[in-house]
Write a protein that binds this ligand. Structure first.
Ligand SMILES: Cc1cc2nc3c(=O)[nH]c(=O)nc-3n(C[C@H](O)[C@H](O)[C@H](O)COP(=O)(O)OP(=O)(O)OC[C@H]3O[C@@H](n4cnc5c(N)ncnc54)[C@H](O)[C@@H]3O)c2cc1C
Length: 480
């Protein structure tokens, strides 16, 4: 009987799991997760991500019946486990972060040399990041033709699940109390289990609830942070509790068999397309998380200002929509996409703080922190990325609030000290009549901060900074 180690990583599910299915066909399996912190010299998983991982591993253990959890270096642990258990095969689904690719390549070579059979599969993406190329055989640098080329290829359906039998690993699993993934003092994640349902079952339920209740109108309403018309699947997708193939197949079925809106479904799947685009960018440009994709942006005169950075992180900028977003992030591990764009623009353009500082904060605090999506999105907002928003398009955070949170519900939820202001004053309390402030119980500078920067002045300063980029040779027409 062949025994195969299935090394789980960012594929924490049983359904549509090609490595698991292949192993189950060959004989017995040993499902394994290795807590490796930090991964191969790369930066560690962020704290919010660790909280999710802890819950997700518990769920995977339940779905499989048994999950062996070890801590250490995969390159040391895998051959040891193979020896102890008598496993001759090792399989995994591919990861696409540059450090993970380097780690897996080295491990595979070593294991093969030791006489073990190693196979890897695609479980995380609709298409391998090297597969979809433009007419000249080069990686796409613009999203729309990339996604058109993806759609022209057609989607692969999810893999059917296989029955499996678990072999005795002859190795003790690390108990959950020793995983060291949860926050302790203070437990800033208290209550998150009421907001989120990590794990495969939770992911599938989330998708079904979204398709049934909130897909209708997604195309427009996805911009409204006060409304529920988004999937909130991002942490589930990051940890591979659900695959994009499953999302695409289930969404298509909801349109064909359940009469859901084809237009909204197309828009929703195009967002999955942005995820594919980010992964192919990271694969082809591995420095994406640390270096400007457009080198001309190296000339930007970033400010270093710890107190402004702290005010931004804590949601104390005096700009209600920015503060609401940063507080939503801190309290829930999530922030709505529209607001992510506004807060990122505020940090980069109003405060002129390097996008990498914002990327690092998101990395630590987002439950869906994802190297490809995070870096691509920050560079998109900065204007330094591929197919990015032009630098000179600077969001007005006050108008963004009025437009996308028209009733002020989102701001009132996360900035409750402004809750009693009327909509006339809520989006910019600094010009509110003294009587209105008084009757709402607000003392500016005490109960709510004065703005840390003036919008009009910040805009002029940002554009001045951008002159340096232009001089350094940025192709401005290319960023528009
Ligand atoms: C500054 C900034 C940082 C971001 N950092 C991350 C991150 O670390 N991890 C992350 O998953 N997303 C990130 N995003 C993208 C986006 O905000 C989230 O994917 C989205 O808000 C997740 O909510 P949802 O699942 O309800 O999205 P939906 O609107 O329901 O979209 C469905 C799925 O499509 C994918 N998706 C949607 N928008 C994007 C996008 N712009 N780029 C790539 N994939 C996308 C996600 O996997 C998402 O779950 C970032 C965006 C910005 C502006």
């Amino acid at each position: 009987m062949t025994t195969t180690i299935v090394w789980f990583r960012q594929d924490l599910r049983v359904g549509d799991n090609p490595a698991l299915a292949a192993a189950a066909k060959m004989g017995d399996i040993i499902p394994l997760y290795i807590i490796e912190t930090p991964l191969n010299g790369a930066r560690d998983i962020g704290d919010a991500g660790k909280w999710w991982l802890h819950q997700s591993l518990l769920e995977l253990d339940k779905s499989l019946g048994s999950l062996l959890v070890l801590r250490g270096k995969p390159g040391d642990l895998l051959p040891k486990l193979a020896k102890a258990s008598g496993a001759t095969n090792i399989v995994w689904n591919r990861c696409y972060e540059p450090n993970a690719i380097a780690r897996d390549t080295a491990i595979k070579a070593d294991l093969v040399q030791r006489g073990l059979t190693v196979e890897s599969y695609n479980a995380a993406l609709l298409f391998e990041p090297w597969e979809v190329k433009n007419g000249s055989g080069q990686p796409f640098k613009v999203y729309s033709p990339f996604w058109r080329a993806c759609l022209a290829r057609g989607m692969t359906p999810p893999k059917k699940s296989q029955k499996f039998t678990i072999a005795n690993a002859k190795t003790n699993s690390l108990p959950p109390n020793d995983w060291q993934l949860l926050p302790t003092k203070p437990n800033w994640a208290a209550g998150w289990e009421m907001l989120w349902t990590p794990g495969e079952v939770g992911a599938l339920k989330r998708l079904d609830a979204f398709l049934a209740n909130d897909l209708q109108g997604y195309g427009e309403l996805r911009n409204r942070p006060d409304l529920p018309n988004i999937s909130r699947l991002s942490p589930h997708l990051h940890w591979g509790e659900i695959s994009p193939r499953q999302v695409a197949a289930r969404t298509t079925m909801a349109v064909d068999a359940e009469g859901r809106s084809a237009k909204d479904a197309t828009k929703f799947l195009s967002e999955i397309g942005w995820r594919e685009f980010a992964y192919q960018l990271l694969y082809n440009f591995p420095t994406l998380p640390s270096q400007n994709w457009k080198p001309a942006f190296d000339a930007y005169p970033w400010r270093t200002n710890k107190s402004d950075l702290k005010a931004w992180q804590r949601g104390q900028t005096g700009y209600p929509l920015v503060d609401a977003g940063m507080r939503e992030l801190w309290h829930t591990g999530y922030m709505h996409n529209r607001v992510r764009m506004v807060v990122a623009s505020f940090l980069i353009k109003h405060l002129r703080i390097d996008w990498r500082q914002g990327e690092a904060w998101f990395w630590d605090t987002l439950l869906d922190a994802d190297l490809a999506n995070n870096a691509a999105s920050w560079q998109w907002v900065a204007g330094s990325g591929a197919d990015a928003a032009p630098y000179f398009r600077i969001f007005n955070p006050i108008e963004q609030g009025r437009k996308f949170d028209p009733n002020g519900d989102y701001i009132r939820k996360w900035v409750p000290e402004l809750g009693r202001l009327s909509n006339d004053d809520l989006f910019w309390p600094h010009d509110a009549p003294p009587m209105a402030l008084k009757s709402a119980g607000i003392t500016l500078g005490k109960t709510y901060p004065h703005p840390i920067v003036d919008h009009a002045e910040a805009r002029i300063a940002a554009m001045k900074g951008y002159e340096a980029v232009k001089q350094a040779g940025a192709n401005v027409s290319n960023v528009a």
